[in-house]
Design a protein around this ligand. Structure first.
Ligand SMILES: Nc1ncnc2c1ncn2[C@@H]1O[C@H](COP(=O)(O)OP(=O)(O)OP(=O)(O)O)[C@@H](O)[C@H]1O
Ligand SMILES: [Mg+2]
Length: 244
């Protein structure tokens, strides 16, 4: 059984079918890329998986549980974590406190009162920051970070509760080529503990880090397979050479 199974998911906004019968399977321990032209439904699909909104029809199963209509907090307790397309760090808080907040949102409130839990939380915050090369910026305000560093902070926040599946919506948007390269290096080691669905427009970046790709076009799956399969697919080449 796959870690995530999306079956025949449709999302309708008024008259628009943003998703139209989408199937997607993601296995544990894999990095899965989601590509497609602007408006093809990539963010809508991630939101249907994370619970930011509900699919109109179809089912979403995660780790053996039907989560189609589960609220976001239940999905995150089961091990799902989403970083939205728009940056959401709290600029007036320190880098450290941003990660601490992300962790506390998943902790039991009574456990937080115990000093042992607080020491463990501190270790986990520092571990998350070290992983994303932000440990020496822990006391700085998040607003003082560069755009690329803010994106890394958000990924660190999403990973801090140790999800089983991380959903990243265009994490390298607005980054320099060098920051993109570093992002790939920072993400690679998480594969041993967490599967990933990543939306990206930069095909070279996504081909380098992903095991499989799904291509969306106008709310439908146009192609699904290994990176090599997708590169050979004439329909995918057509939308990428003529429309993206
Ligand atoms: N809340 C909403 N209300 C109405 N229409 C929406 C809403 N969110 C998205 N849409 C529409 O649904 C379609 C899919 O949007 P979505 O944001 O999922 O595309 P995308 O593939 O993520 O695009 P991009 O690459 O530009 O981020 C678009 O036509 C968009 O205008
Ligand atoms: Mg989008």
């Amino acid at each position: 059984m796959a870690l995530l199974e999306v079956t025949a998911v449709t999302k309708v906004y008024g008259l628009l079918r943003a998703l139209d019968g989408v199937d997607l399977k993601v296995e544990a321990g894999t990095f899965h890329g989601l590509i497609g032209p602007n408006g093809s439904g990539k963010s809508t699909l991630l939101k249907s998986i994370a619970g930011a909104h509900f699919a109109t029809t179809g089912t979403v199963r995660f780790d053996g549980t039907d989560i189609t209509n589960a609220p976001p907090y239940q999905r995150s307790r089961l091990g799902l974590s989403l970083k939205f397309q728009i940056t959401a760090v709290l600029g007036e808080l320190s880098v450290y406190d941003n990660v601490l907040l992300a962790l506390q949102s998943t902790e039991n409130r009574f456990a937080l009162l115990a000093s042992r839990s607080r020491a463990r939380l501190h270790d986990e915050v520092m571990h998350a920051l070290e992983r994303f090369k932000l440990a020496d910026r822990a006391d700085d305000l998040a607003a003082a970070l560069s755009h690329g560093e803010q994106q890394w902070l958000e990924i660190a926040m999403a990973l801090a509760p140790r999800p089983k599946l991380l959903l990243l919506d265009e994490p390298t948007g607005g980054m320099s080529p060098e920051e993109r390269r570093i992002t790939g290096e920072l993400l690679a080691p998480i594969k041993s503990e967490c599967a990933l669905i990543i939306v990206e427009h930069d095909l070279d970046f996504i081909k380098n880090i992903c095991d499989r790709l799904t291509v969306l076009d106008q709310g439908r799956v146009l192609g699904d397979g290994s990176v090599a399969d997708i590169e050979r697919d004439a329909r995918v080449q057509e939308i990428y050479t003529s429309r993206v």
